[in-house]
Design a protein around this ligand. Structure first.
Ligand code: NDP
Ligand SMILES: O=C(O)C1=N[C@H](C(=O)O)C[C@H](O)C1
Length: 252
């Protein structure tokens, strides 16, 4: 019997899913047992013997996909966006009944992006003003990006704990949307532009200075080491982990 991880990819025909299929096929310790598109029944995961599922689909389908995986004892590594607080709560409750199963919800698999968000959280308490600009390809269906939401949440939590007031802003007259979305009190601006893949700038401003923390994914290959790392680690982390940083010892 093979001791390779039996992996299935959901969303296998998509931009990320097709890249993940290639990465899993090329990994010496993994075996791709199923590659499902939108029309394929989830039951195929069971008949294929999948024990690890990578979800790279759409916000509307990801929760049901992950629920199916967990209910069938499969670990899940999830890159799909749309995991708001309500969905995470429901998943946590489901996992309580499956104590040996691990799920990673990773807003971004690129190691540089994970580090950039961690650096931004670290810096967040030291600056009066913070805003986020995320820039993506125009085929992206969701805005703001999951990465920007996660970065804003991390920064807002640090600022709240440190008692930092809201960023100063004298705007009283505004064309709707001009100041971006408000994520936990942090303004997030979304650019959609042909030629881009996935990019983010965190802007931190203080009296007479600015710190910019920028990350660029020029190619979806940048996400694959994180996908493979997630697959190799997920079984060792039962329960719910949000963010690939949960598997990295960033404070070492
Ligand atoms: N965490 C990370 O590092 C990254 C996350 N992402 C996220 O991953 C997700 C996928 O992105 P991307 O690959 O660019 O998107 P694509 O649109 O290229 O791919 C989406 C895939 O999901 C499938 N799909 C569509 N609807 C359903 C459904 N109802 N049920 C099951 N499958 C469905 C599509 O199948 P079909 O072709 O038949 O429509 C397609 O294979 C997005 O949420 C994106 O934000 C993206 C990049 C990096
Ligand atoms: O849709 C994308 O492309 C990406 N989606 C994720 C997000 O919304 O943060 C990750 C990355 O930014 C690429």
């Amino acid at each position: 019997m093979s001791n390779k991880l039996p992996v299935a990819v959901l969303g296998a025909t998509g931009r990320m899913g097709s890249e993940a299929v290639q990465a899993v096929e090329a990994a010496p310790d993994m075996e791709l047992v199923a590659a499902l598109g939108r029309k394929d029944p989830l039951q195929t995961l069971v008949s294929a013997g999948a024990q690890y599922v990578v979800d790279l689909t759409v916000p509307d389908s990801t929760e049901a996909n992950v629920r199916f995986a967990v209910e069938h004892g499969m670990h899940a590594v999830v890159g799909t966006t749309g995991w708001d607080a309500g969905r995470l709560e429901r998943l946590d409750a489901l996992l309580a009944g499956h104590p040996e199963t691990g799920v990673l919800i990773a807003p971004n698999f690129a190691l540089g992006s994970v580090l950039a968000s961690a650096f931004a959280a670290k810096a967040a308490r030291y600056f009066e003003s913070v805003e986020i600009v995320e820039l993506h390809h125009p085929n992206k269906v969701d805005a703001p990006s999951g990465t920007a939401v996660r970065t804003a949440e991390l920064m807002a939590a640090v600022r709240a704990e440190a008692g930092i007031p809201a960023s100063p802003d004298a705007t009283t007259k505004e064309l709707p949307g001009a100041r971006g979305a408000d994520v936990d009190g942090i303004r997030v601006h979304s650019v959609r532009l042909r030629g881009l893949v996935a990019h983010q700038e965190v802007l931190l401003g203080g009296e007479g200075e600015q710190l910019t923390i920028r990350h660029d994914s020029y190619d979806r290959a940048s996400f694959m080491p994180g996908v493979l790392l997630g697959l190799r680690e997920v079984a060792a982390h039962p329960g719910l982990t949000v963010g690939l940083d949960g598997y990295l010892n960033l404070n070492a």
